[in-house]
Structure formats: structure tokens, C-alpha cells
Design a protein around this ligand. Structure first.
Ligand SMILES: [Zn+2]
Length: 515
């Protein structure tokens, strides 16, 4: 097989990392984009870990897993039979469901975490795979912490689960300890020693603790792995997972070397990366390979002359290969509702009438303040308006005063259902004053732990996007908001955090995080 299966775990491994949690609506939106990106498998969640994760996985299976030529929808499960039942309950709605079951095989995990013997783990693994196979054909097995497991024992477990019916064997470097040569050799050894391995797909799941996740994954591929587990923007536990965009573009750009293809529609990469950033409020660093702000920029210094003369001098990939168009004017003040709906559809957002109405109103407001409206602006508007969280409070009116030699003060009016509340506050600066006024209305005092402001596009009239991390009496909550007025963007971000506090994500029932 000369194709590599792209298994995306943005919604499971990625989503579990602090600051990246997504609710069902957000996961669905991301899953739809992953389907447009043409990943082969979406790992949508770990259904037994919480009620919310169960629901999100089920909805992804129902709504994205039933699309024509859509992706396989996978759920994660420990080896307990109840875990597997719960996983199946969530993924069974997909046209192509997959159950991914895992258990640790390293002595260190066996001794300290599971308190089980090697023989007990072997039996549990085989029973789990058999149980899962009774539900569906497509079963994946992962020996967690494989890189630190005894190789003889690992071969024994893997041979047994293949015999029991596992179709994909995934080897995780759970703690990001491997280096490429050694990791490649491990994959080659398993391919030589595990019984029945030729009849199944071998997969790798690499973590980036030493910055080697993509290199390790490619070393796995060079030694016969034909599935890679990865995430958009490389998000995930600790330093994250192998990043999808880097893996896919390495395989594509160096096809001469690897001789392998993927199904990924690379022109959707940039949009997918930006969507994830907008959903989570976490942006990638400018020098991030493939998708960072500077990844294709040759404006600086000596490169420019070479690029102008011949693009191939410095460009090994073209920006359009990942769907990265230069900012172009897409909409103006006189664009109508139809034009907005059509453009949003191109960008991947299909809004219902209510959401479109709200987006159109924000668009008109923005067009009054900003001459040129770019795709990124539109994405920001709809991201703000798609109900990521029920809007208990909405901003109705804001007035702030600041300047040299005066005490910053603000008056804020918030709507809660049909009621209107108004209060005012003073502070060290205008943002502080606004936030104090909001606190006075809601009656909960928040402490700002992190505040980030970034311009969505270039230009003095650019939209400002504010991300906040607020500590409300020990509960850490994230919020985002955008406006051409940075004070208003700050207020919107803070209100978003308050709304998330009112509708908190349910806690996890399972502490384990998976491979
Ligand atoms: Zn992982």
C-alpha cells in the first residue's frame, strides 16, 4: 500500500490538553472541516470520560460520519468491557465506525498505574478486542507507552490482539521519548516479529516532548507504518502530537523520497488551522512550519530578490498548495445578505437563518467601521456569533473614557434574557474599568490571568481579537471576543468567559488520558 492513512486526533488527544477544550458545537464544526480536509479517520472523543465527550462523539458520528465519502469516526476506550460498550453507543451512528481500545504495556505503568501483572493485561487486551469486534469490524488497538515496554512482551500482546481481530495496530510514543532512528527500528522489529502484522495496518502516534514527533512519525512510515495519528497545529497533551500539516506536506513535498500519498486535500489545510485557532483562541507561533504567519513570507532581507527572480529559489511549496491566498477584498459596505451567505459557505460555514441574521448584523456594523473586509474578518464574526456557549449575558451598550490625566471609567449595559442591567466602574486602565463594570452587574469577581490582543488582519482599522483567561474564584475560564474597538473586544471576550462560567463544561469522570 503506497498511501498513508491520516488519523486525526485533534478532537480527542488535542482537545484534552488544558486550554483546548471544545464543547459539542465546536467539535462538530471542527469535524465538518476535517471532513472537508479529507482526513481518513477522525478520533472524535473518549466517550466514557464524560457525558459531554460522549455526546460530542455521538453527534460527530451522526452528523459527519454519515456524509457521502465521509471519514471513519473513531472513539477511544480503555479495555474495560463497559468502556467499550459506551464507546460503541457513541460511534455506532457513523457509516464507518471504529473502536480504538488501549492499555499500557510498560512495566512502569503496569506496576504503578494499573497494578496488574503482564498476564492479566494480555488477557484483558484480547477480551477487549474480541468484545469490540462483536460490535464492529474496524477495531484499533494501542499498547500505551510502547516505547518503554519490553519488546518481547509487546510482541506477545500484539500478536494476540491481531489474532483476536484488531485491524489496526497503533504504536504510541506516549511520553515523547523516542528518537527517529530508534523509533524506526522499533517499528521494523515489530513488523518482523509480531504474528499476523502483515494483514493489519500499522500506525504510529508520536508526541512532541523533544520536538521530534513529526520526525518520529516519518521514521515510522519509512519502516512500514501506513497510518499516522496527528493533530491540527500539533496540539495535544503537553508539547502536543505530530502536526498533521507538517506530516502531510512533508510527504507531498518530498514525494520523490517517500513515494507515498495521502488523501488529504491540502488546499484546506490553512483554513482548518485557522478555524482551530479561532475556536480555541490559541494561535500558532509565526515561525510554525507550513501554517505560521511567516512560513511563506519572503519579504525580509536578501531572500526577496531571489524570490522575485525565480520563485523556486526559496520556495519548496506554494502558498496556494495549502489554500493560503493573499488577503483579498471580499466584501464591502454594500454587499448584501446573499453575498455574505455565499461567501461564508465558501469558507465552510453554513448558517441557519437565525445565525445568518446575527452574522449579517455584525457584518454591517463592521462595514461601517472598516473599509475593507477580508475572509479572516468574516470568520471572526461568525465565530463570535455561532453559539459556542449559551449567551446568558450579551453586550448591549458600552461607553468608556480614558486618556492622559483622567481616571479611566466605563459604563456597561448587559442584557440577560429580556432584562437589561447597567453599571459602571473605574480602573487602572479602560479595560480594567470595563471589566469592573461587568463584575458589578454579574456579581462574580473575575481575576484576569492572561490577556492577549491580536489583529485579525493588517491595517489600522483591523479587527482586534482578544483572548482572556479569567480566574473566577478558582475556576479558570477562557473567553474570546472581536471588534475593531479593542475595548469592546475585551468586553466581549470577558462576557464570553462569564457565559462559559454560567454554563461550565462538565468535568471528566475518568482521569486517564489515553495513548
Ligand atoms: Zn497521545
Amino acid at each position: 500500500m503506497n498511501r498513508v492513512i491520516i488519523f486525526d486526533t485533534t478532537l480527542r488527544d488535542g482537545e484534552q490538553a488544558p486550554g483546548f477544550s471544545m464543547n459539542t458545537m465546536e467539535k462538530l464544526e471542527m469535524a465538518r472541516q476535517l471532513a472537508r480536509l479529507k482526513v481518513d479517520v477522525i478520533e472524535a472523543g473518549f466517550p466514557i470520560s464524560s457525558e459531554e465527550d460522549f455526546e460530542a462523539t455521538r453527534e460527530v458520528a451522526r452528523q459527519v460520519g454519515t456524509l457521502d465519502n465521509g471519514p471513519t469516526i473513531c472513539g477511544l476506550s480503555r479495555t474495560g468491557l463497559g468502556d467499550i460498550d459506551r464507546c460503541w453507543e457513541a460511534v455506532k451512528y457513523a457509516t464507518r465506525p471504529r473502536i480504538h481500545t488501549f492499555v499500557a504495556t510498560s512495566d512502569i505503568h503496569l506496576k504503578y498505574k494499573l497494578r496488574k501483572s503482564r498476564a492479566e493485561i494480555l488477557t484483558a487486551s484480547v477480551e477487549a478486542v474480541r468484545h469490540a469486534r462483536a460490535y464492529c469490524e474496524d477495531v484499533e488497538f494501542s499498547p500505551e507507552d510502547a516505547s518503554r515496554s519490553d519488546i518481547g512482551y509487546l510482541c506477545e500482546v500484539l500478536s494476540a490482539v491481531i489474532e483476536a481481530g484488531a485491524r489496526t495496530i497503533n504504536i504510541p510514543d506516549t511520553v515523547g521519548y523516542a528518537v527517529p532512528k530508534e523509533w524506526g527500528e522499533l517499528i521494523a522489529t515489530l513488523r518482523a516479529k509480531v504474528k499476523g502484522i502483515d494483514g493489519v495496518v500499522m500506525s504510529v502516534h508520536c508526541h512532541n516532548d523533544l520536538g521530534l514527533a513529526v520526525s518520529n512519525a516519518l521514521a515510522g512510515v519509512m519502516n512500514g507504518a501506513r497510518q499516522v495519528e496527528c493533530t491540527i497545529n500539533g496540539i495535544g497533551e503537553r508539547a502536543g502530537n505530530a502536526s498533521l500539516e507538517e506530516l502531510v506536506m512533508a510527504l507531498r513535498t518530498r514525494r520523490d523520497f517517500f513515494g507515498l500519498d495521502t488523501n488529504v486535500k491540502t488546499e484546506e489545510i490553512f483554513k482548518t488551522s485557522r478555524l482551530l485557532s479561532h475556536i480555541t483562541g490559541v494561535h500558532v507561533q509565526p515561525n510554525k512550519a507550513i501554517i505560521g504567519e511567516n512560513a511563506f513570507a519572503h519579504e525580509a532581507g536578501i531572500h526577496q530578490d531571489g524570490v522575485l527572480k525565480e520563485k523556486l529559489t526559496y520556495e519548496i511549496m506554494r502558498p496556494q498548495d495549502i489554500g493560503r491566498a493573499t488577503n483579498k477584498l471580499v466584501m464591502g459596505k454594500h454587499s448584501g445578505r446573499h453575498a455574505l451567505a455565499a461567501r461564508l459557505k465558501d469558507l465552510g460555514f453554513e448558517l441557519d437563518e437565525g445565525a445568518l441574521g446575527k452574522a449579517f448584523k455584525r457584518f454591517k456594523d463592521l462595514a461601517d467601521r472598516k473599509k475593507e473586509i477580508f475572509d479572516e474578518d468574516l470568520i471572526s464574526i461568525v465565530k463570535d456569533d455561532i453559539a459556542q456557549v449559551p449567551e446568558t449575558y450579551t453586550l448591549d451598550y458600552l461607553h468608556s473614557i480614558s486618556g492622559t490625566g483622567i481616571i479611566p471609567s466605563a459604563t456597561v449595559r448587559l442584557k440577560k434574557e429580556e432584562q437589561v442591567f447597567q453599571d459602571s466602574g473605574v480602573g487602572d486602565g479602560p479595560v480594567d474599568a470595563v471589566l469592573n463594570a461587568i463584575d458589578a452587574i454579574t456579581g462574580v469577581k473575575g481575576r484576569l490571568q492572561d490577556y492577549q490582543l491580536r489583529a485579525v488582519t493588517s491595517g489600522k482599522d483591523a479587527l482586534g481579537e482578544v483572548s482572556v483567561k479569567v480566574d473566577f474564584d478558582g475556576s479558570l475560564v477562557f473567553g474570546k471576543g472581536t471588534s475593531t474597538d479593542v475595548i469592546e473586544a475585551s468586553a466581549r471576550a470577558y462576557i464570553n468567559a462569564v457565559n462559559r462560567l454560567v454554563h461550565p463544561a462538565k468535568g471528566r469522570d475518568v482521569q486517564e488520558v489515553g495513548p
